[in-house]
Design a protein around this ligand. Sequence first.
Ligand code: C5P
Length: 208
Amino acid sequence: MIIAIDGPAASGKGTLSRRLADWYHIPHLDTGLTFRAVAKSMLDAAIPLDDETQAAKAARNIDLSRLDKAVLSDHAIGEAASRIAVMPGVRKALLDIQRKFANQPGGAVLDGRDIGTVVCPKADAKLYVTASPVARARRRTDEITERGGTASFNTILEDVRKRDERDSFRSVAPLRPAEDAHLLDTTELDIETAFQEAVDLIERALKS
Ligand code: C5P
């Protein structure tokens, strides 16, 4: 069983995907972390982010067992990730790794921007999780302050909007709902209600 979860930054798709993977007892891959890992290796090696050859090489060397969410969650790494994510060479290398993960026996939950449209177009259930930019910026700001960092809501809101635009208007694998995806707007939902709705939508998709 393959469950594809897509949506913009801070829509709640990551938390939902982890809960769904627990619920269905299948492994989960946050594909955003794969783009973040490529961006971090470029930043660490002081390689310019527009060097596609080096970025594609870094993408081919990503080791899924070594993705450290705590380290990769940094806001600046997310921004850099969305810049290298426009590169076809990077996407091609990561696509192979992501598809292999999806096709393991028993299936998996994958979340990202293009899971239902490109990585797993034949997924058994597809959700497109969204929320208003203001709600997403609020969540991101709270997340950062809860971890002990400092964040300006207005700066984060601007970044969220910029990231949406970059992710939605790139030519390769842009952020958009698959035609057969079920929409889940979490603007007004707490995580528990969002999870229940997600399970209902997936159960319906699996039956049809
Ligand atoms: O989801 P997250 O914020 O961790 O993703 C970081 C960036 O990686 C996104 O802004 C997007 O540009 C890119 N990404 C992507 N395709 C995916 C997952 C993430 O292009 N499937």
